[in-house]
Design a protein around this ligand. Structure first.
Ligand code: FE
Length: 236
C-alpha cells in the first residue's frame, strides 16, 4: 500500500451488519455484509457490495435480485458465524433458520432481523475484488423494534472479526502489542480469525468476563465458526 494511504483513516467509516441473500432458482444463499446503504429515496434504491468469489455474488448475477435483513444488536455470534464465515457451497445456511421467500424468490432471514427488504438490480459497478449492485426496492417490512447492530459494536461489544473476503478487511497489525498478563491473554481462532478476549469472554455461551482462555471448558468451541479450542493460538 502506498505510504500516503493510512488504512486506519478508513476504519472510522461507519456501517451496519446485514444478511444479504439471493437465489438461483430454488437454490438459496446468503452472507453477512456490512456495506449496505440507501442511495436514493424516490424511488428507494439500495447499494450492496459483494465479493466476486462469494456464492451470493454468483446468485445475484444470475437472478438480478437480492434481499437484505437488518440484524439486531442481540444477534448471537454463532448466527453471524454461520452466515459470515461459512460458504453456502459447503453448508445449507437456511436448514436451521427462520426465513420467508420474497416476491422475487430471495430468502429473507426473519430471525434476529429488525427489518427486511428486497431489491431488483438496476445497475452494477466493478470495484476491484467486489461488485457494487444498485437495486430498486420492491418490498420492505419492519419485523420488530430494536437496536440495529452497527459494525463498530460488532467489533467492540461482540469482539467480532471479518473474513478476508470483506470489503473492509483489516490485515493483522505487524507491530507487537503491549505485554499483557497471561491470564488476560487473547487467543485467536486460526480458522475464522475470531479473537477470544478474556475481558469480554463469550457471554452468548455462558462464559463470563474475566475467564482466561485456559479456564474455558474443554468442549468450548469458537462462537463464530465452531472450531475446537486447539484451533486457537495465543495472540502476541
Ligand atoms: Fe473460529
Amino acid at each position: 500500500m502506498p505510504d500516503k494511504i493510512d488504512p486506519r483513516a478508513l476504519w472510522n467509516l461507519s456501517y451496519g451488519v446485514y444478511i444479504v441473500t439471493s437465489h438461483d432458482g430454488d437454490n438459496l444463499n446468503g452472507q453477512i455484509a456490512n456495506t449496505v446503504f440507501q442511495v436514493a429515496a424516490e424511488p428507494p434504491m439500495l447499494a450492496v457490495a459483494i465479493n466476486k468469489n462469494n456464492l451470493t455474488h454468483e446468485f445475484i448475477e444470475k437472478s438480478g435480485r437480492f434481499a437484505v435483513s437488518v440484524l439486531e444488536e442481540a444477534v448471537p455470534m454463532a448466527f453471524i458465524g454461520k452466515f459470515g464465515f461459512k460458504s453456502g457451497r459447503d453448508i445449507d445456511k437456511f436448514a436451521d433458520c427462520d426465513y420467508k421467500i420474497s416476491e422475487t424468490g430471495c430468502p429473507m432471514v426473519t430471525v434476529y432481523a429488525l427489518s427486511i427488504m428486497e431489491g431488483k438490480v438496476v445497475s452494477s459497478v466493478e470495484a476491484a475484488t467486489h461488485t457494487v449492485y444498485i437495486g430498486e426496492v420492491v418490498s420492505s417490512e419492519v419485523l420488530k423494534q430494536g437496536t440495529p447492530l452497527t459494525y463498530a459494536n460488532y467489533h467492540i461489544k461482540k469482539n467480532g472479526n471479518e473474513p478476508k473476503t470483506a470489503p473492509t478487511y483489516r490485515a493483522p497489525e505487524t507491530e507487537t502489542k503491549n505485554k499483557v498478563d497471561i491470564a488476560m491473554k487473547k487467543y485467536k481462532c486460526d480458522i475464522c480469525g475470531y479473537i477470544y478476549n478474556p475481558e469480554i469472554a463469550d457471554p452468548d455461551n455462558g462464559v463470563g468476563p474475566g475467564t482466561a482462555f485456559a479456564d474455558l471448558p474443554d468442549d468450548w468451541t469458537c462462537p463464530v465458526c465452531g472450531a475446537a479450542k486447539d484451533a486457537f493460538s495465543p495472540e502476541d
